[in-house]
Design a protein around this ligand. Structure first.
Ligand SMILES: O=P(O)(O)OC[C@@]1(O)O[C@H](CO)[C@@H](O)[C@@H]1O
Length: 392
């Protein structure tokens, strides 16, 4: 069977006009950059730099990092030299889009020195989402959990974390659906295997590799609290990005903001927030990060220090579409390629909670794949479908 070490599938690129990656560069990114420039009062220098990046990424070739870039050695190791001079849509989609977000940070002055150093270009949209009345409603729903059995509560919180992934702000820019269909949208449900794996041995550390801030991170934090407070995990690491990335990907600041949102919420949500605050201060829950979490490469290329850290986890939960692409390899795999084969490289038992928002798909049964393909290619990127896939 194929595995990432002997890839039997071509890498996904954006070379085909009208393809999903092509549309991301030519349709999604212009909207995104307009939103960034409308969201913060950047000056002429930053605005010109963002416009130059848009022109380069839609009509030019991949250019170098800015002079003096503090992460130049990392990007050299991540293959920048091989991509320089290629049209952005001729490079691997995973590589090119990751580099796009890295160049955007430089364009808006995030690396400094200067007044915009450390100012998250996606901060306004993240804050608006976290402060929205929809979040109040979602947090209030936790008050109803007590009427459910323990198993029903487990299931509800796992699915809440899963569908929280639909909320990614870059996806919503171009009309992504408000929600997937929790009944028919789940294409693969290894939820029972997830809970069985946690019961199969003494409680260990949960590693949750987060995706988006706000309305995705809140149910992620609630799930972490559930596992800690019911003894299914002895501790937890919450992995966030070391810098702003893919619009809504969570950073430490976003994790703190979400934890505070819970802490100051009424009812059951506030109790979760209080327990999480205690877990963070006691060390039972640690916020972690690593430069590789913003690297343009699949997870099978992760460096030894991160691999060693993750290998001590009893279970790793990998959230979202981009992390899924990195976990299985962003290739045109047959959708029936076994998830276990493509994730054999991962250093811990792993559960992927993903809404489908890009072309890669794996681990589906043949009937499901055939049914979906009969509807055309849209099922891969619509955000209406999701998977819970576990390699215990
Ligand atoms: O990882 P997430 O937030 O679930 O999704 C990230 C995403 O919106 O960005 C990429 C396309 O721009 C795709 O990987 C995916 O559609």
């Amino acid at each position: 069977m194929p595995s990432q070490s002997e890839p039997a599938a071509p890498v996904i690129t954006g070379g085909e006009p009208g393809s999903f990656p092509w549309r991301v560069f030519h349709e999604r990114h212009p909207v995104l950059l307009r939103q960034v420039l409308d969201g913060l009062p950047y000056g002429p220098e930053q605005r010109r730099a963002v416009e130059r990046l848009l022109a380069e990424s839609t009509g030019g070739v991949i250019g170098p990092l800015e002079d003096g870039a503090r992460d130049a050695a990392a990007w050299d190791a991540w293959g920048l030299g091989d991509q320089l001079g290629l049209r952005w849509t001729d490079a691997p989609f995973l590589w090119a889009e990751s580099y796009f977000y890295r160049r955007l940070l430089a364009a808006v002055g995030w690396f400094g020195p200067g007044p915009w150093q450390g100012v998250d270009p996606f901060g306004p949209v993240k804050a608006a989402e976290l402060g929205s009345p929809a979040v109040d409603e979602e947090l209030a729903a936790l008050d109803g959990l007590g009427t459910l059995t323990d198993a029903q509560q487990d299931d509800a919180l796992l699915r809440s974390a899963l569908w929280g992934n639909r909320a990614d702000l870059s996806f919503r820019l171009t009309g992504g659906p408000a929600s997937g269909d929790p009944r028919t949208g789940l294409l693969c449900d290894d939820g029972a295997r997830f809970w069985a794996a946690l019961r199969s041995g003494p409680p260990g550390r949960l590693a949750l590799i987060a995706d988006n801030a706000g309305r995705e991170l809140l149910p992620d934090l609630v799930l972490i609290d559930r596992l800690l407070s019911t003894g299914r995990a002895s501790s937890a690491h919450l992995y966030v990005k070391p810098q702003p990335y893919y619009v809504s990907d969570a950073t430490t600041a976003d994790a703190v903001a979400a934890a505070e949102r819970l802490l100051h919420a009424p009812g059951a949500a506030g109790a979760v927030g209080q327990r999480l605050r205690e877990a963070l201060t006691s060390g039972a829950l640690e916020i972690r990060t690593h430069p590789f979490l913003c690297a343009p490469l699949p997870f099978d290329a992760m460096p030894g220090d991160l691999r060693a850290e993750l290998s001590s986890a009893a279970m790793a939960v990998v959230k979202g579409d981009l992390n899924y692409r990195r976990l299985v390899g962003d290739r045109h795999w047959p959708a029936t390629t076994p998830f276990a084969d493509l994730t054999a490289h991962f250093p811990a038992p792993v559960a992927a909670l993903r809404t489908l928002k890009s072309d890669v798909a794996a681990g589906l049964d043949a009937a499901t794949a055939a049914r979906l393909d009969a509807t055309g290619p849209g099922w891969r990127t619509s955000g209406r479908h999701a998977v819970i896939q576990v390699r215990a």
